[in-house]
Design a protein around this ligand. Structure first.
Ligand code: F3S
Length: 383
């Protein structure tokens, strides 16, 4: 791999042990995947934030690193709302450890905004190179925004932040962004169906790049749900949707085809009987989703916990919507989500409106999960 003089110096340890470690990680990845060089990036999103998932070993690794992020860098969701962790049922011990993790990242110059929707804060432009970690954010950046990022692990994203560069391979290259399979959907999709569709398609195609032909142009939040679910049930990091996503017009539909009908989609939905918590906001809710939810909750009272997860920035720019939602007894939490927080483990069956949460809540929290539309979730919470 070609390295500039400055990159060589960092790799030799002349800029300190942390930058040497960071360069070793980036060069190691570049060698494995055949990158020819490192390229500058516009921003980084670092995973490996919830103390539930990284534990003491992860905390120690971050604590040992020194230096400052060279590009804007944010974090993936943590294990709790930094301010309202008690309301989530988080213990004091967990909270102390989680705050240590956040402080360790902050001392490296990483903004402690913990979200899987960093594109609502300062969205990248088409063609920008990024080093993002969280699979739904990676999918949205590549597919809906036309930016370019591989799915980074926590250490490689942190290394990219400290160096300001990433190895040029995979989805940074034109040749690796071509669709490989056409997906046709027979019948009309309702708003809630995109998560279920993504859940089915991800299971069928693994890490292929799908080219969707849909009967109607989806909205950005529909695409967010579709991509998040495909990244969870498969490992799809880029997809194209005819007449909707920015790179789709460069391609013709691939010859290999699969068809999904709306009957299969309906079968992904579950029965709300037995649900003891409802959790929305996977990926973190947008302003539009908060607005829609507030409309559904006006004059209602929830009879079981209803959590809504969003970024702190979206929360703070919508105080009226948050107030309307919380008037029903629901809670809007920031910095965290139902999958990476240990608080979910206090429940037995969670209703979600997300194909991604449907896949991960059982796998990572040991809690049963049932899929419903946002409206069905509200009805289940108020029943
Ligand atoms: Fe985001 Fe957590 Fe879902 S990180 S995509 S809300 S699993």
């Amino acid at each position: 791999m070609y390295l500039t003089r400055e990159e060589e110096d960092a790799l030799m340890g002349e800029m300190g042990p942390s930058l040497r470690k960071a360069m070793e990680i980036l060069v190691g990845l570049g060698d494995i995947y055949g990158a020819e060089r490192l390229i500058p990036i516009e921003s980084v999103q670092v995973a490996g934030v919830s103390y539930k998932t990284i534990g003491d070993a992860g905390l120690e690794w971050i604590d040992d690193m020194e230096g400052r992020a060279k590009v804007p860098a944010m974090l993936n969701p943590a294990g709790m709302d930094r301010q309202r962790w008690r309301e989530m049922g988080i213990t004091k011990d967990f909270s102390a450890k989680q705050l240590e993790v956040l402080n360790a990242y902050e001392s490296l110059g990483i903004t402690p905004e913990c979200t899987c929707t960093p594109y609502y804060l300062n969205g990248p432009d088409k063609g920008d190179h990024l080093a993002w970690s969280e699979s739904s954010a990676v999918s949205y950046a590549n597919s809906v925004l036309g930016a370019r990022t591989n799915r980074e692990g926590g250490p490689s994203a942190l290394s990219a932040a400290l160096i300001g560069k990433t190895p040029e391979y995979g989805l940074h290259l034109d040749a690796k962004r071509r669709p490989t399979v056409t997906v046709r959907v027979e019948g009309r999709l309702h708003k809630a169906d995109y998560g279920a569709l993504g859940y089915l398609v991800g299971r069928r195609i693994g890490d292929d790049i799908p080219y969707f032909q849909l009967s109607k142009v989806p909205r950005p939040d529909d695409l967010k749900a579709l991509g998040a679910a495909m990244a969870a049930s498969g490992s799809v990091a880029l997809y194209h949707v005819e007449n909707a996503t920015p790179e789709a017009c460069q391609y013709t539909p691939p010859g290999e085809r699969i068809t999904i009908d709306t009957g299969e989609i309906r079968d992904v939905y579950g029965d709300p009987d037995g649900v003891d918590i409802v959790a929305l906001g996977c990926p973190h809710y947008s302003d539009a989703e908060l607005r829609r939810l507030a409309g559904l909750l006006i004059g209602r009272e929830v009879k079981r916990p209803l959590w809504v997860c969003t970024s702190r920035t979206v929360y703070e720019r919508n105080p009226d919507l948050v107030q309307l939602i919380e008037k029903s007894g629901a809670r809007v939490f920031c910095d965290t989500c139902m999958v990476v927080s240990p608080a979910s483990e206090n429940y037995e069956c969670m209703m979600v409106d997300s194909g991604k949460a449907l896949r991960y809540v059982p796998a990572l929290c040991g809690v049963e999960a049932v899929l419903g539309s946002m409206r069905e979730c509200v009805e289940a919470a108020c029943k």
